[in-house]
Ligand binder design. Structure first.
Ligand code: ZN
Length: 237
């Protein structure tokens, strides 16, 4: 029987943050499953990267592969229907009067975590791991630590079982996220994240930079690029 808190469900989108979270969970827990959501994203590239990343991860890390169980893909196309945002429609990324970029899908993480909890409950997984981050986030209120903690209480009460929401990236910046990946899986994992994860809002995989693929100028590419440059600078003796 699994010990309490030894089993985890990782929100895995195919991006850098969730790929790092997946490695973090595989290092820490004895059984790990993954969940992904399709909701009418403008590009399915991130979701394609998902499969590629996992299959290469399995080959490179046989110990982790043994712990890695089922993947659960959920169709949340309803979310795309109810949200008019730059991620789901062909609109330029810009700041709105609310102070949030229009890439924000209102309540997205609340919904993702709640759906993840229903899967975790059925699969007897005690921990949900997500890549939410307050440090260099784009102001998404559902990435905040307080939001996640409040949701943990609501979910645990609502399901009448204790579910722990873990967010290993909450208080670190992108440079530290790269460093975390290196600590967990060395150069091999860094290479995998550079080559087979996707973060660019524009879905551009035509240009390969030292930090991975992307347009190099959207807000997501900016964060990834600056983080990698700071990480690489810290590596030099
Ligand atoms: Zn980009």
């Amino acid at each position: 029987m699994d010990d309490f808190k030894s089993t985890a469900l990782v929100l895995f989108s195919g991006g850098q943050d969730s790929a790092t979270c997946l490695a973090w969970a595989l290092d820490k827990y004895s059984r790990v499953e993954t969940i992904g959501f399709s909701y009418g994203q403008r590009h399915s590239i991130e979701l394609e990267c998902r499969n590629q990343f996992v299959s290469k991860l399995r080959k490179s890390f046989p110990g982790w592969s043994k712990k890695l169980g089922d993947d659960h893909m959920m169709d949340l196309s309803l979310l795309g229907q109810i949200s008019e945002t730059a991620l789901t429609q062909e609109k330029a990324i810009q700041m709105q009067s609310s102070g949030l970029p229009n890439t924000f899908v209102p309540g997205r993480n609340l919904l993702f975590l709640t759906f993840a909890a229903t899967v975790a409950y059925r699969r007897n997984l005690k921990v949900i791991v997500g890549g939410m981050c307050e440090t260099d986030y784009s102001g998404y209120p559902d990435c905040r630590d307080d939001t996640i903690k409040a949701l943990q209480v609501a979910i645990s009460l609502g399901l009448d079982t204790r579910i722990v929401l873990e967010t290993p990236l909450m208080w670190i910046d992108k440079a530290a996220t790269w460093a975390m990946a290196e600590n967990l899986g060395g150069r091999v994992l860094l290479d995998l994240i550079q080559e087979d994860t996707h973060t660019c809002y524009l879905g551009d995989r035509s240009q390969r930079h030292e930090w991975g693929y992307g347009c190099g100028s959207c807000p997501a590419c900016d964060l990834r690029k600056i983080g990698f440059e700071n990480f690489a600078r810290g590596q030099k003796p």
